[in-house]
Design a protein around this ligand. Sequence first.
Ligand code: HEC
Length: 126
Amino acid sequence: MKQIHKIILLLLIISLTGCYYDSEEALYPQLSTGCDLSNVTFAATVTPILQASCHSCHSNSNAVNSGGGVKIQNYADVVILANNGKLMGTITHASGYQQMPQGGGKLSDCEINQLQKWIDNGKLNN
Ligand code: HEC
């Protein structure tokens, strides 16, 4: 085989095997975990999580009677708890924090990761 043919053959093999790395999992990480961290917003991601697991005690109207006066509904209130570490501390059950939701099951890893992602992205009111 001529040298040029060997090189062409080699390039062909490289380009073919290269396709195997374009697996769905590598291209779309959220498909494999079912957890979408690519489009996290306060309105569409954070609020529904808090609504489902926290507002029964921490909405503006329930906080006084059921949530120890802690409001976790308005953007400004959520940001305060994100900034002082209590939001993530309580839901990850970190030592030194009360475990939330009180009396309920821990949030899923996906929900926890989505709240962390919102914080990492700059705690936007979006
Ligand atoms: C069944 C009611 C209930 C639910 C549901 C609940 N909490 Fe609480 N939470 C409380 C009560 C009551 C307190 C106040 C406890 C105290 O002061 O001793 C509290 C306190 C807190 C505090 C303040 C802790 C501190 O050290 O100041 C945070 C933060 C908090 N909750 C976050 C959450 C989050 C986030 C959720 C949802 C994932 C949640 N809670 C769900 C009842 C609840």
